[in-house]
Design a protein around this ligand. Sequence first.
Ligand code: ZN
Length: 201
Amino acid sequence: MAFELPPLPYEKNALEPHMSAETFDYHYSKHHQTYVTNLNNLVKDTPLASQSLEQIILAVAKDDTKVGVFNNAAQVWNHTFFWNSMSPKGGGTPTGVLADAIAKTFGSVDKFKEEFKAAAVGQFGSGWAWLVVEGGALKIVKTGNAGTPLTAGQTAILTVDVWEHAYYIDYRNRRPDFVQTFLDKLVNWDFATANYAAAIS
Ligand code: ZN
């Protein structure tokens, strides 16, 4: 069965003024949709067509002849994860087990935000910053282009997209302002906490 663009978890204008409906018109309806369309075309009539998205990503990650499949499959997965990493009721501070783990790992939520922002801003060119769990420990990592923590044996907890298409309409070239707004106003701590609880259980 062909892959489909998953529905957004909120309306396109729900994150305004921090992220505009126009950004979603391009970023979700065009970029994300294109990755889905490309992936379907690339796996059509191949054994990969019956695999899950995660299975495809892991199957082709080290295959130099399937770079296009990897890039499109990983971008489909990364973007869906990114939409869920934000919420109209986002921002604030984490609670529960994730709050405890962040305090223990980074010292405080503010220190976590500083380190996460530094990773996101420091990613040269297109890519992603992530909060992940690896071997039971929280860590901040960044990936270039379509890179995804799935292939590093890490469990994704939270991500921000730092491709220019994520912020250029609303923030122009000001990636640091975009990432700061993501952390202060958009981040979906409920989603991150659920991911963390599942990762350590
Ligand atoms: Zn993107």
